[in-house]
Design a binder for this molecule. Structure first.
Ligand code: ZN
Length: 260
């Protein structure tokens, strides 16, 4: 089965002792590509370094809203490294009004500056959004979508909202990133969203080392667990897992312009 993890953090310390084994298991599980996502200047550079060592690992560059208070110190560096050849997106960027680790004003400033960068470089974005769906949609509608000239806007990563928000992101042209939260059965509004989002607009992800599948809860996730996401989506949509794997891989290749 063909399958792609569109959101991993293999450079995080949780993988320092077993990175090679984890990557080996990914290819054995059938993964054809892994997108490793940056969260600040350091981790974005680490993602690029990792991507330079593996043909099928790609990098993204961005400042996560948690670190937005430092955006003025990091933006120039991010702009420079974002032009490297294996950088396939700007992300993860967005707003996090749930943990509120950075001032809202800085989150908005960092986010809009990086939307501009993505437009300049003609790269898609990977969005992180918690408790700020309305605010983020407003910013996208005014600062980003009108300037795309028909290009694919990007991915709303770790989508966890109900059908109404799913519809709004789909209408703007976004792909929806689903991870093992879909296996946490308590979340029925998310499962309603999964029913509604067409397969040609879903991409799969793990967000590893976070969000392990339900049977490993409390442990650490890794890219091969993207297969658990595919299995659950197949079950909800009543199709074969291979259909989910190949449709979502096709989508990922479209969004990131890669030939994995
Ligand atoms: Zn992430």
């Amino acid at each position: 089965m063909e399958i792609i993890d569109t959101h991993a953090h293999l450079n995080f310390p949780q993988f320092h002792s077993d990175l090679e084994e984890v990557i080996g298991r990914s290819w054995n599980a059938g993964l054809t590509a892994v997108i490793n996502v940056g969260t600040d200047l350091t981790t974005s550079q680490e993602s690029i370094n990792l991507a330079s060592r593996y043909t099928n690992i790609y990098a993204t560059v961005g400042l996560h809203p948690h670190y937005a208070d430092d955006w003025e110190n990091q933006l120039d560096g991010l702009k420079q490294i974002a032009r490297q050849p294996k950088v396939v997106a700007i992300g993860e960027i967005g707003l996090d009004y749930f943990r509120n680790l950075a001032a809202h004003g800085n989150q908005i400033a960092a986010f809009t500056a990086q939307l501009k960068l993505a437009l300049q470089l003609e790269k898609p974005i990977i969005l992180h959004c918690r408790d700020a769906y309305t605010e983020i949609l407003t910013l996208l509608e005014t600062e980003y979508i009108p300037h795309l000239k028909g290009r694919i806007p990007g991915i709303i990563h770790s989508f966890a909202a109900g059908p109404a928000y799913a519809q709004r992101f789909l209408k703007l042209g976004f792909y929806i990133g689903l991870n093992n939260m879909v296996t946490y059965s308590a979340d029925t509004s998310l499962q309603e969203s999964v029913k509604l989002i067409p397969l040609d607009r879903i991409v799969l992800e793990t967000d590893c080392p976070y969000l392990p599948p339900v049977h490993l809860k409390g442990g650490k996730s890794e890219p091969m667990h993207v297969v658990d996401v595919a299995r659950k989506i197949a079950e909800i949509k009543e199709v074969d897992i291979e259909v989910v794997g190949s449709a979502t891989s096709h989508n990922a290749k479209e969004v990131f312009s890669i030939n994995a």
